[in-house]
Design a protein around this ligand. Structure first.
Ligand code: FAD
Ligand code: SF4
Length: 563
């Protein structure tokens, strides 16, 4: 082995989970190499659009036909525009294949920090309702952990990243270590009262976000409070929302133990047949195409669900002919995402003397109220409803003339409340990702074939989502109610999960309760691929907590000499 290429810990990917692994290993004194396929993005200095206004862009920030072609999938994301485009990976350079009748979308960010730069910052704790769901209804494999196992790690991660929210004492929606929530506006408070007075089991509460709303001096090193500018996807120079770039990676650098190599693609993991361990990784420089190898005592795979799965599949050996650590045959199976695009809105009459300050980068949530205490619906699992109220835009279609007309034109419209749902998808064996048998990318690596769809359970849930959103908008006393259902495409929610799942049984899962490969003790996978079920909540807080927990386990094993 070459000493210059040898580290204590090797982390693949510098995004949300890789940042955590880097922080934990370096803070425990281990020389750590992070390998990142994308370009380097430095906190603050590489956010060139953070202070630009729409008129600073050639087409006011709108996507041109050329951009839509190059970013054929990415441009469909709500926060893709000229200010954020460089934080999304080009679909032209990174193609995927899907069957015509099962479209899928893979939203990606290839750079330091991965998608932590462009995420929506919603940060939620799963509860035992979700950790116990597979066991209860027999879909998927049982989670090898319960809430009590991960609760201290949710605490640990929240305390470091900063999550705002309110304590609500809802058993199946656990409270966390919260900073103060963003304030609800007048219409939202009125609507909250109406909903909560009507329903016994539904609460409209501030959504939980990884934003620094109110902090003490020095509390979050190098980061400051949110200015409510809602320009987060251009990168936040205040470090007011959590990203690896603003938070975990600086902490790792501060130890002097971190080496981060950008523009380096991990092709595969080197397996040492004699020792039964992962020895290192084979890489390709994304610009020069030069090949290298790096070695380490422990390897953390944090490249995001589909990318980590493809690296394992590309690491076939005679011992593992179907992909590394895949004797169970479950690698690439049980692909999940949340289903969405059911929503509605209505107008709240009155309260026109009330307004708000700034552009709150947040929303509200009605936590799941279905199948909580018993199986009551004709579908399994549940969903959450998100949304918020704001004053509608200034109405340009008014008739008038002179001073009075000008004044009328400067007045915002009525209060408009919008609601939309995110639902759980069951883990189905048939939903899968595979390496394409023939097609390769420009680095000679197989592209991915994604074949997955939402099924009957999700369709029944969507029907209920639509009915309940309509009912809630009516209970809230709104007029002009408009509820609709859009497409349900896998990947649209940006939460791919499940393709290298944790489990108690090595015959039916890839990873154990510490995200450690059942078959290769020094290999850990801590991104979304480890999830045995999806819950209905955005999952990144859980990914981070599982990563920190797995690092703690690995560090203890390294210190005791068992790893
Ligand atoms: C617009 C948007 C909104 C979102 N909103 C939310 C939200 O509100 N709440 C929530 O919980 N989640 C949200 N997400 C999802 C969230 O961003 C992801 O769950 C999270 O980033 C996953 O972390 P990760 O470390 O697995 O992957 P990433 O953060 O994507 O990082 C993976 C890293 O690995 C690198 N990599 C990939 N392949 C290789 C390779 N072969 N070699 C070397 N490096 C490699 C990538 O370049 C990347 O930097 C959102 C995502 C998007 C895009
Ligand atoms: S809204 Fe807050 S977190 Fe977002 S860019 Fe502005 S200051 Fe940063």
């Amino acid at each position: 082995m070459d000493d210059n290429n040898t580290y204590d810990a090797l982390v693949i990917g510098s995004g949300m989970t890789g940042g955590w692994a880097a922080k934990e290993f370096t803070e425990n004194g281990y020389r750590t190499l992070v390998i990142e396929r994308g370009r380097d993005v430095k906190h603050k200095e590489d956010y060139p659009n953070a202070f630009k206004a729409p008129w600073d862009y050639k087409y006011r920030g709108y996507d041109t036909r050329k951009i839509k072609e190059e970013y054929s999938i990415q441009h469909l994301k709500y926060n893709f525009d000229a200010s954020s485009m460089d934080f999304f990976a080009s679909d032209k350079d990174h193609p995927i294949e899907t069957p015509i009748d099962k479209p899928a979308r893979w939203f990606r960010g290839y750079q330091t920090g991965g998608r932590s730069l462009i995420w929506g910052r919603g940060a939620y704790r799963m509860s035992d309702l979700e950790f116990g769901a597979n066991q209860k209804d027999g879909n998927g494999t049982d989670w090898p952990i319960r809430y009590k196992d991960i609760a201290p790690w949710y605490d640990y991660v929240e305390t470091f990243i900063g999550v705002c929210g309110t304590k609500e004492n809802i058993d199946h929606y656990p409270d966390g270590k919260f900073l103060p929530a963003f304030e609800m506006n007048t219409a939202e408070k009125v609507i909250k009262d109406r909903i909560e007075n009507h329903y016994e089991n539904r609460k409209l509460i501030p959504n939980r976000f990884a934003h620094l709303t109110k902090i003490k001096p020095g509390q979050f090193k190098g980061r400051s409070e949110c200015q409510s500018r809602d320009m987060c996807h251009a990168g936040c120079p205040y470090g007011a929302y959590f990203s690896s770039n603003s938070s975990t990676l600086p902490a790792a650098y501060e130890t002097g133990k971190l080496t981060l190599k950008s523009n380096v693609i991990v092709e595969s993991i080197i397996y040492d047949d004699e020792k039964g361990r992962a020895a290192g990784v084979r890489t390709i420089n994304s610009i020069t195409k030069e090949r290298s190898v790096y070695y380490a005592r422990v390897i953390f795979l944090c490249a995001s669900t589909l990318a980590s799965t493809s690296i394992l599949m590309q690491s076939r050996t005679s011992r593992f002919p179907n992909g590394l650590s895949n004797s169970s045959g479950t690698l690439g199976r049980y692909l999940m995402d949340h289903h969405k695009n059911v929503g509605g809105s209505g107008i709240l009459k009155g309260y026109k003397d009330s307004y708000y300050r700034g552009f709150r980068p947040g929303s509200l949530v009605i936590p799941n109220f279905r199948n909580v205490h018993r199986q009551e619906m004709d579908f399994l699992r549940g969903y959450g409803i998100y949304g918020g109220a704001s004053r509608a835009g200034i109405d340009p279609n008014q008739i008038g003339i002179g001073k009075e007309f000008k004044e009328k034109l400067s007045k915002p419209g009525p209060w408009k409340m919008s609601l939309y749902a995110y639902g759980e998808c069951l883990p189905y064996y048939a939903n899968k990702v595979e390496l394409h048998p023939e097609k390769k990318d420009q680095w000679g690596l197989p592209i991915l074939n994604i074949s997955a769809e939402f099924k009957e359970n999700e369709m029944k849930m969507r029907k209920d989502m639509k009915e309940q959103i309509t009912a809630i908008l009516k209970v809230a006393g709104l007029s002009d109610i408009n509820v609709s259902e859009g497409s349900h495409i896998m990947g649209d929610s940006t939460h791919f999960m499940g393709t290298a799942r944790m489990g108690l049984d090595p015959q039916t899962s890839v990873l154990n309760q510490y995200n450690q490969s059942h078959e290769i003790p020094n290999l850990f996978v801590t991104d979304g691929s480890c999830m045995p079920s999806a819950s209905y909540m955005s999952p990144s807080l859980t990914f981070m907590a599982l990563t920190a927990r797995a690092c703690d386990y690995a560090v203890k094993a390294m210190k005791s000499g068992t790893l």
